[in-house]
Design a protein around this ligand. Structure first.
Ligand SMILES: C[S@@+](CC[C@H](N)C(=O)[O-])C[C@H]1O[C@@H](n2cnc3c(N)ncnc32)[C@H](O)[C@@H]1O
Length: 177
């Protein structure tokens, strides 16, 4: 199914994910703990982009651990973004966009996350997505990725290796180039 979703046109991705998100509320515990743990040590004021953010489970989990930095949540599903916006957070911004179409940021950020979302992008497009991410990162910044299934997503994992990722499965880290 994830392979289908990676190759589907943007409007189908939006339709499928909107259906899924319609009945899904914010759940900070729904964010994989390895992802939260790998980010918990960051500077409390560091900025973070969350690609494929859903309702912002990662944002809520990190806030509960004392993180205060600027949060940018991006998701193809407007349902997910509307759910995320319901929770008061004066240091968060939200965008409905596919990962593939999101532009380079003018204000550089410290961390860019893909928590179980990069596998919905065609592998062929991933290097270009990461190249744009590198341009959006501040010096010393990094891309942090979590994949859901190491067997099902081996194609992506191989790609992260080729791009120079530091691996601590299921977390992969690409320092800014
Ligand atoms: C498995 S969920 C993960 C949600 C969230 N990152 C978490 O861990 O709680 C995948 C998310 O990616 C979003 N998504 C899927 N394909 C996308 C794409 N091409 N561009 C942007 N978002 C996408 C979906 O709407 C969904 O919210």
């Amino acid at each position: 199914m994830s392979r289908l979703r990676a190759y589907a046109p943007a409007w189908i991705k939006r339709f499928v994910w909107n259906r899924k998100h319609r009945n899904e509320a914010l759940d900070p515990d729904g964010c994989p703990h390895e992802m939260v743990d790998s980010l918990a040590a960051m500077d409390p004021n560091a900025s973070l982009v969350d690609f494929g953010c859903g309702p912002g489970n990662l944002r809520a989990a990190l806030r509960s651990r004392g993180w205060k930095g600027h949060y940018i949540g991006i998701d193809a599903s407007d349902q997910a973004i509307e759910e995320g916006k319901k929770y008061a957070d004066n240091n968060a911004e939200w965008h409905v966009s596919t990962i593939e179409d999101f532009p380079v940021l003018t204000d550089k950020v410290n961390t860019i996350c893909f928590c179980e979302s990069i596998m919905y992008v065609r592998p062929k497009l991933v290097p270009a997505v990461f190249a744009r991410c590198h341009q959006s990162l501040a010096p010393g910044g990094r891309i942090v990725i979590r994949v859901a299934h190491k067997d099902r997503h081996y194609e992506y994992i191989e790609l992260f290796g080729k791009l120079g990722a530091q691996a601590n499965p299921p977390i992969y880290v690409l320092p800014k180039q």
